[in-house]
Design a protein around this ligand. Structure first.
Ligand SMILES: [Zn+2]
Ligand SMILES: [Zn+2]
Length: 449
């Protein structure tokens, strides 16, 4: 209906009409229609550009948001404002693109664009997502007034790094500053406790929440699962006042994998197969639980289940930023310009690792390939390619930052730990769950993820 009116308006359309129509499309997730209109718009103002850039960013199209921003500044007709910059900087955060984010900040200051609260909040988010908690903290300290969003960005950042001590410190500070914690704050603090296994602190925080919602229960289940109290976690699920959602069973399932509790894993998986029958990740997790217990017949049964339900594994990818470009890798891919060099580097790393006692761990491969192919597949997982690429193109001694869309597998985790020592590099991998900071053969997650 909005579009009908828009079309009927004809010559009476002005910038506001166009911008409203573009926003209407992006809010409905129809980015293609929005872009078509945007490209046709006769005289774009800053709001038009922002509608499109924010539209991309809020629909998870970070790269498109940044590309459009680059077009905007190349045209030099319209100067970006603080709304543009907040959106671009947070898009950089989503991509884990630190160089780009820093460049966007430089652009903001050198063009005297207002450093609004939302620009600051985006900066905290961006630095946290790129693993630079010191920088995030610096930005936070520079703010004159900090709202709940700023506090949450920092606390959530520390949580993702498994740094519960800092998360709790800032949680206290927030209360000192009379900023009321909201549900996101509590999720952040509980996640921090969970990622570092602080059960008592976590319980205390949980009990202090006036009306805990389902996500807070989920954090508690996660925390109990992490410290191995799976029976207590299961009891919470059975007794909670709200109907448990998939994520709750999901964390119970991953805890079962880590603590090798097959029966609880089966309980969680059964619920998950009902709640989200299409999510292949659950099948893979359960099959990994069976695989590490050597129950190959069960592994085959799960594989059959996936087949009859027409499911395939979500394909993993990992990305590394270099020269303000995001380079994305998928398992075994050879389409990158530097592919030959990357595979050579990979082979070299493997030789060094074998010399240091590394044995490939194939237990997390869903058995859909023959035994002898398994090492080859695991050997070219996207995160390994990304790290090899990072080692190739970055200066010695610099940090390598990798983003991954799925949970990092056991073998890659072991391999990257060793690489961090052998190459003398700090390597940060942000997977879909948390940060892994690898230095000197140790990971910040203490091998629990
Ligand atoms: Zn892997
Ligand atoms: Zn780790």
């Amino acid at each position: 209906m909005a579009r009908e009116i828009f079309d009927e308006l004809g010559v009476y359309r002005n910038a506001v009409t166009w911008n409203s129509m573009i926003s209407a499309y992006t809010r409905n997730g129809d980015l293609i229609a929005a872009r078509k209109l945007f490209d046709r718009m006769p005289q774009k103002n800053v709001v038009s550009w922002n509608s499109m850039i924010v539209g991309y960013a809020q629909n998870g199209q970070s790269e498109l948001a940044i590309n459009l921003f680059k077009e905007m500044i190349n045209e030099q007709l319209i100067t970006p404002d603080e709304v543009t910059m907040a959106s671009v900087i947070s898009a950089c955060g989503h991509l884990g693109a630190l160089e780009l984010g820093q460049w966007a900040l430089d652009f903001t200051t050198s063009n005297r664009i207002k450093l609004s609260a939302s620009v600051y909040n985006s900066l905290i988010f961006m630095y946290s997502r790129c693993g630079c908690m010191n920088e995030a903290n610096k930005i936070f300290s520079k703010m004159e007034t900090r709202d709940v969003v700023a506090h949450n960005a920092l606390i959530t950042g520390f949580a993702a790094h498994g740094n519960a001590v800092e998360a709790l410190k800032f949680f206290e500070r927030m209360k000192d500053e009379n900023v009321q914690p909201d549900r996101i704050t509590y999720i952040g603090v509980l996640t921090a406790c969970s990622h570092s296994g602080m059960l008592d602190e976590g319980k205390k925080v949980f009990l202090s929440i006036e009306a805990p919602d389902i996500d807070h229960y989920a954090c508690m289940v996660d925390l109990l699962g992490r410290v191995g109290k799976l029976d207590e976690a299961k009891r919470i699920i059975e007794e909670m006042p709200v109907y448990p959602h998939a994520a709750i069973y999901g964390s119970l399932l991953s805890a079962s994998r880590i603590h090798k509790r097959i029966e609880i894993g089966e309980f969680a998986a059964k619920k998950l197969f009902e709640l989200e029958p299409e999510n292949s990740g659950n099948y893979v997790l359960l099959s990994n639980i069976y695989a590490s217990a050597g129950k190959w017949r069960e592994v085959d049964r799960i594989r059959g289940l996936m087949k009859t339900r027409g499911l395939t594994k979500t394909s993993g990818w990992s990305s590394v930023e270099h020269d303000r470009k995001v380079h994305r890798f998928t398992v075994g891919e050879r389409s990158h310009d530097l592919s030959d060099a990357i595979y050579e580097k990979l082979a070299e790393m493997k030789r060094k690792m074998k010399g240091a006692g590394y044995i490939a761990d194939n237990s997390s491969v869903l058995r859909d390939v023959e035994e002898e192919d398994k090492e080859e597949m695991v050997g070219t997982h996207s995160e390994k390619l990304a790290v090899a690429f990072g080692l190739l193109v970055s200066e010695p001694g610099t940090v390598i930052r990798v983003m991954k869309n799925l949970r990092i597998c056991r073998d890659c985790h072991t391999a990257i730990k060793m690489i961090s020592k052998l190459e003398g590099r700090e390597i940060i991998v942000r997977d879909n769950n948390r940060f892994h900071r690898f230095t000197d053969n140790v990971c910040s997650c203490n091998d629990y993820w």
